[in-house]
Design a binder for this molecule. Structure first.
Ligand SMILES: *[C@@H]1O[C@H](CO)[C@@H](O)[C@H](O)[C@H]1NC(C)=O
Ligand SMILES: *[C@@H]1O[C@H](CO)[C@@H](O)[C@H](O)[C@H]1NC(C)=O
Ligand SMILES: *[C@@H]1O[C@H](CO)[C@@H](O)[C@H](O)[C@H]1NC(C)=O
Length: 499
C-alpha cells in the first residue's frame, strides 16, 4: 500500500514549473490583476445591470466553495464516454465503486454518442484521465446549451438502489450548484456582456472537477491511474501491488516506449476510508470502462465478496438495472396495441466502425432464425426490427426482401418521431427521475437561462425494451453492446415485470 504513488495533479504541475519560472511569475501577476479587474467590473461593482442575483456568483473562488467542504459529504465523479451501452456499464461500475468507498455518486447525463472517446486499453493507447474529464465537462456544457441534457438516472431506474440506501447519489447539476457555487444553467446565458465571465466560471468549475486546479488538493483527489497501469480489485486476496497477468508485450513496449507495468491494487485500501484520499471532498476518476481481456480485466476486477453482505446485495442489484417505467410502458404498449401478437426481434447494427463489414454474417444469423420459425408454421411471422440503417437503404438488402414478402412476414419498426416515442419522452420528462437533491435549485438562482429544453431522444431505449418483450425470440448483432444489453433485459424478464 505504501509504495502506491498516486500522481496527483499538483505533482504534474510542479514538474512543469521550473522551465517557466521567470516568465511565469510576471505573467501570472498580470493574469491575476486582469482577472481581478474583470471580476470587480462584473461582480463587485455596486450596479445592477446583471440579470442574475449576486447569489449566483457569491461563492466564486479558486477552490471549491466553503459550503462544499462544510457539508462534509464525500463525492465520487468519473468520466463516462463512448456510446450509451458503454456509458451504462461505466455507470454500473461507478455505483459499485461509490458503494465500496462509501462516497456519494455524482450522476452524469447521457453524453452524446461518441462525443468523448477513451481509446484502446489493450493497445495502451488511451486518453489521459485528466484530459477525458475535461472533454466530458465540455460535452456536459454543450448538452445544457443545446437543451439536450438528460440524466442517466432519468433513463435507467436506480430508485430501488437509492431507497435501499445501498448507494447515495446526487445529480451533477445539483452538485455543481453546491460545489462550484454557480449553476450549470448559466451555459445557456446569451447576454453578450456576461459571455466571457460565464465561460470562465464554467471552465473553472470543469477544471476543479477534473482535478486540474493547483490549489484544489483539499477539495479534489484526481485519480490519474488508468487501464495502462492499474487494475482495481476489492477483497480479492491478491497481494497489493502485484503484477497483473496482462502486460504490454515486448514489441509494444519498444514501439511505444512503455516503461510502466500494470499492477493490481485494492481500491478500498488505496482510495477508501483510512487512506490519504479520505479527506478529499471529491474523488475524481477518469473512465471506469472495463472489459475482460486475455484472462484478466482491463481496469476493474471486482466481484462479489462473500465477507461483505451489503456489497453482495449491491453487486446483485447492479447486474440488472431496468429502464424507467415510462420506457417499459411504451414498449409494452407497442407490443400490445401495434403488433398485437407474439413477435420476433432483430437488432441489426450495419453502419459504423467494425459493423459495416459484416452485413453478410449479420443477415445470415437473422435468416437462419426466421427459417426455423417458418418451419414451425405460424404465418405470417411478426418481426420487430431495430437498426441503424435508414429505411431508404433497406430495399437492396435482406430487410427489403422481408418487407415485400408479406405472405410470410409482417415487419414492424419505430422512428424517433413516432407518436408513441414522443409521448413516452414527455411522460419521462414530467416524471423527473433525475435524483435531484435540490428540486427547486434552478429557480432559486434567479433567472433561468435554459428554457427551451428539447424532448429527450429515447428511441434507442424504447427499441431495446420492445426487444425484451419479443416472445418468439431475439437475434442481435455479434459484438454489439446493444445486443448484450437486450440479452440481459430478456434474462431478467424486464418485460413481464410490473408496468
Ligand atoms: C458512510 O458515509 C456516511 C455519510 O458520510 C456515514 O454516515 C457512514 O457512517 C459511513 N459508513 C461507513 C461504513 O463508513
Ligand atoms: C522513453 O521514456 C523514458 C522515460 O519515460 C525517457 O527518458 C526516454 O527518453 C524515452 N525514450 C524515447 C526514445 O522516447
Ligand atoms: C396488454 O394486453 C393484455 C391482455 O390483452 C392486458 O392485460 C395488459 O394490461 C396490456 N398491457 C398494456 C401495457 O397495454
Amino acid at each position: 500500500m505504501n509504495n502506491f504513488k498516486p500522481s496527483t495533479p499538483t505533482k504534474t504541475l510542479n514538474k512543469k514549473q521550473p522551465q517557466y519560472k521567470f516568465p511565469f511569475i510576471p505573467i501570472s501577476v498580470v493574469v491575476l490583476i486582469v482577472s481581478f479587474l474583470f471580476f470587480y467590473y462584473y461582480f463587485l461593482r455596486p450596479s445592477s445591470f446583471l440579470p442574475v442575483t449576486s447569489k449566483t456568483f457569491k461563492s466564486q473562488s479558486l477552490q471549491c466553495s466553503n459550503q462544499a467542504l462544510a457539508i462534509g459529504e464525500r463525492f465520487l465523479w468519473y468520466a463516462p464516454n463512448s456510446g450509451f451501452s458503454n456509458q451504462l456499464s461505466e455507470f454500473k461500475n461507478a455505483i459499485l465503486v461509490a458503494g465500496i468507498l462509501n462516497r456519494t455518486l455524482i450522476v452524469p447525463p447521457v453524453l452524446d454518442h461518441h462525443a468523448v472517446a477513451l481509446g484502446s486499453c489493450p493497445k495502451f493507447r488511451v486518453v489521459e484521465p485528466q484530459e477525458i474529464r475535461i472533454s466530458v465537462w465540455d460535452n456536459v456544457v454543450e448538452l445544457m446549451r443545446g437543451g439536450r441534457y438528460i440524466s442517466i438516472a432519468e433513463i435507467i431506474d436506480i430508485s430501488s438502489l437509492v431507497s435501499s440506501s445501498l448507494v447515495r447519489v446526487i445529480d451533477l447539476r445539483d452538485f455543481v450548484s453546491i460545489w462550484c457555487g454557480s449553476s450549470l444553467d448559466l451555459a445557456c446565458c446569451t447576454d453578450s456582456k456576461m459571455q466571457s465571465s460565464v465561460s470562465s466560471l464554467l471552465k473553472r468549475c470543469g477544471s476543479l472537477l477534473a482535478g486540474a486546479l493547483d490549489s484544489a488538493d483539499k477539495c479534489v483527489y484526481a485519480v490519474n491511474e488508468d487501464c495502462r497501469t492499474t487494475v482495481w480489485t476489492y477483497h480479492s486476496g491478491d497481494k497489493d501491488g502485484m503484477l497483473d497477468s496482462f502486460q504490454a508485450d515486448e514489441k509494444l513496449k519498444m514501439k511505444k516506449n512503455i516503461t510502466y507495468v500494470r499492477r493490481r491494487w485494492d481500491i478500498y485500501k488505496t482510495l477508501g476510508p483510512g487512506s490519504e484520499v479520505e479527506s478529499s471532498s471529491l474523488l475524481s476518476f477518469g473512465s471506469l470502462f472495463t472489459a475482460p481481456y486475455k484472462n484478466s480485466q482491463l481496469y476493474i476486477d471486482i466481484h462479489e465478496s462473500p465477507q461483505d453482505k451489503r456489497f453482495r446485495s449491491l453487486t446483485e442489484k447492479v447486474k440488472y438495472l431496468p429502464f424507467v417505467p415510462e420506457i417499459m410502458g411504451a414498449a409494452k404498449e407497442f407490443a400490445n396495441v401495434t403488433i398485437k401478437a407474439p413477435f420476433f426481434c432483430a437488432q441489426l447494427r450495419l453502419l459504423d466502425g467494425q459493423f459495416k463489414n459484416h452485413w453478410k454474417a449479420t443477415f445470415h444469423a437473422l435468416k437462419q432464425k426466421l427459417e426455423a420459425l417458418r418451419q414451425k408454421g405460424l404465418l405470417p411471422i411478426n418481426i420487430f426490427i431495430m437498426t441503424d440503417l435508414p429505411g431508404d437503404r433497406w430495399s437492396d438488402t435482406y430487410l427489403g426482401d422481408l418487407v415485400s414478402d408479406s405472405h410470410n412476414y409482417r415487419v414492424y419498426f419505430l422512428a424517433e418521431d413516432d407518436g408513441l416515442v414522443k409521448a413516452a419522452a414527455k411522460k419521462l420528462k414530467a416524471a423527473g427521475y433525475g435524483q435531484r437533491f435540490l428540486p427547486s435549485s434552478d429557480d432559486k438562482v434567479g433567472k433561468k437561462y435554459c428554457s427551451n429544453q428539447e424532448l429527450p431522444d429515447i428511441l434507442l431505449y424504447v427499441e431495446q425494451a420492445i426487444c425484451s418483450c419479443a416472445s418468439l425470440g431475439f437475434v442481435g448483432t455479434a459484438g454489439s453492446t446493444i445486443a448484450e444489453n437486450i440479452q440481459l433485459l430478456r434474462k431478467y424478464g424486464s418485460c413481464s415485470g410490473q408496468s
